[in-house]
Each structure stands twice: as C-alpha cells, then as structure tokens.
Ligand binder design. Structure first.
Ligand SMILES: [Zn+2]
Length: 197
C-alpha cells in the first residue's frame, strides 16, 4: 500500500475506512500537495541512479522519466509548470548538466506542460552527505531564491528531482514557492529513500 498523498510505501496497509495516508502526512509533517516516485532507492535503482547522476549516462533519463510518468497515473493533478529542482551554478558547471532537468524534459513533453528553469535560483552550499533529517533541513534552509515571483503566483508547480531522501529539498522549495503565491506544489522523483528508523 502507498500513502494517497505522498506515495510513501506503508507496510501492512491501512485501517479499512480510514483515510489512506502515512503518519507523516497525517501529522502535517509533509507540506507537499502530492508526491510520487517511480521506485524506492535500492540496489536496482542505484545501478541506474549513480551512473546517471555522476557518470555522465544521461541517456538513462529516457527510461527513468518513463517510470516517473507512470508513477503519476493515479494522481489527479494538472500542473501549470514543471520545475526541475535547481542546481547551484557552481555545481552545474562542475557536473555539466542538471540531472533533474534531464528527467523533467521528457515528462514536460509527455504532459504538454512548459518547464520553468529560471524562476528559482539555488545558492551553492557544501554537500549534505550523510546527515539526518534535521541536519538536512537546516542545511538547505534559505538556499532557494525566487527570482521571478510573477511566474510563480497562482501556479500549480510540479517539482522534479532524481531522488527524494528526507524530503528536505522539496519541503524547502514548497516553503519559498508557497510564500511567492504558488497555489499547489507537487513532487515527482525517480526514486525515494524508504525510512529505516
Ligand atoms: Zn504520506
């Protein structure tokens, strides 16, 4: 079973008749209007993810994005724009590409929705590495800047990223987009880290 709102796998299913949401969504810890991922982060998805993200295998974006489109099949959303999670300029120059943009492009084409690559900028900050949820949230706070609020106001925005770990990145983007008047913020990733604690 999966949470109806954030798509998180819930072991053992839900109480009959209860709203099918996970504890994080039920408690309000997750602000997003909807999240979906094509798969969980495991040995199989890592075998695509790592060469795609760090080894220049950009052609993987084709099948990865196909899985992501499929992951939205039960989602009743109509986004106005698709926004890949921005990469800081310094990191973009180093890697040569934003892996989120490569995934977002075929999704935008399939959905017939324009991409927005310019309205939000990301400030460079040291890599988060292996940190816990609280540290990640603190580390990412304030890294995104809305440079074009007119393009955000009243918009339903579908964020695209390669992986969702603790959700800190999406939640921080939600915060700044919502503050700029976005009417809905959804998230879509190729894979998702399942919490072990
Ligand atoms: Zn949930």
């Amino acid at each position: 079973m999966h949470c109806a709102r954030c798509g998180y796998p819930v072991a053992g299913g839900f109480e009959p008749g209860a709203l099918p949401v996970c504890p994080a969504c039920a408690s309000g810890a997750c602000p997003m209007d909807l999240i979906r991922s094509a798969c969980v982060y495991d040995d199989a998805s890592r075998a695509s993810m790592l060469p795609f993200k760090h080894g220049g295998r950009i052609q993987y974006a084709r099948f990865m994005s196909r899985g992501m489109i499929w992951a939205l099949r039960d989602a009743d959303i109509s986004p106005d724009v698709i926004m890949p999670v921005p990469l800081a300029g310094r990191r973009l120059r180093h890697r040569g590409y934003n892996q989120a943009t490569l995934l977002a492009r075929p999704i935008a084409r399939a959905m017939g929705v324009p991409m927005d690559l310019e309205s939000v900028r990301r400030i460079y900050r040291e890599d988060m590495g292996h940190k816990n949820a609280r540290q990640r949230a603190e580390n990412i706070r304030g890294v995104f800047e809305v440079v074009n609020p007119d393009k955000i106001r009243g918009k339903r925005i579908l964020l695209v990223d390669d992986v969702m770990t603790t959700g800190a990145t999406f939640y921080e983007l939600y915060r700044v987009l919502h503050r700029s008047g976005a009417s809905a913020v959804y998230g879509l990733t190729f894979c998702r880290v399942a919490r072990t604690e």
